[in-house]
Design a protein around this ligand. Structure first.
Ligand SMILES: [Zn+2]
Length: 83
């Protein structure tokens, strides 16, 4: 079924998103991969068997940290005297 060499990953494999895109509709927010997966721009997926995979953006795994540029270990007034 897959004409590519090397063959695209199976839809049930961990690397399934690496399959080639054969139909792309960015204006509609989805693409069809060679292995039958429909992948959405929010990283949600629809598998060939009808199963759905919830969006799993890498940013969802990052917990909000301290504001960039502020060092919580340094008192605020130590920076003003250093300059
Ligand atoms: Zn393929």
């Amino acid at each position: 079924m897959c004409p590519h060499t090397p063959q695209c990953p199976a839809p049930n494999g961990p690397d399934r998103e690496a399959a080639r895109t054969i139909i792309s509709h960015p204006e509609q927010g989805w693409s069809l991969l060679c292995n039958g997966i429909v992948i959405f721009e929010d990283t949600g997926e629809l598998l060939p068997g009808g199963d759905a995979i919830a969006p799993h953006r890498p940013t969802d795994l990052i917990t909000p940290a301290v504001t960039i540029g502020q060092d919580p270990l340094q008192p605020a007034d130590s920076r003003t005297s250093a300059a």
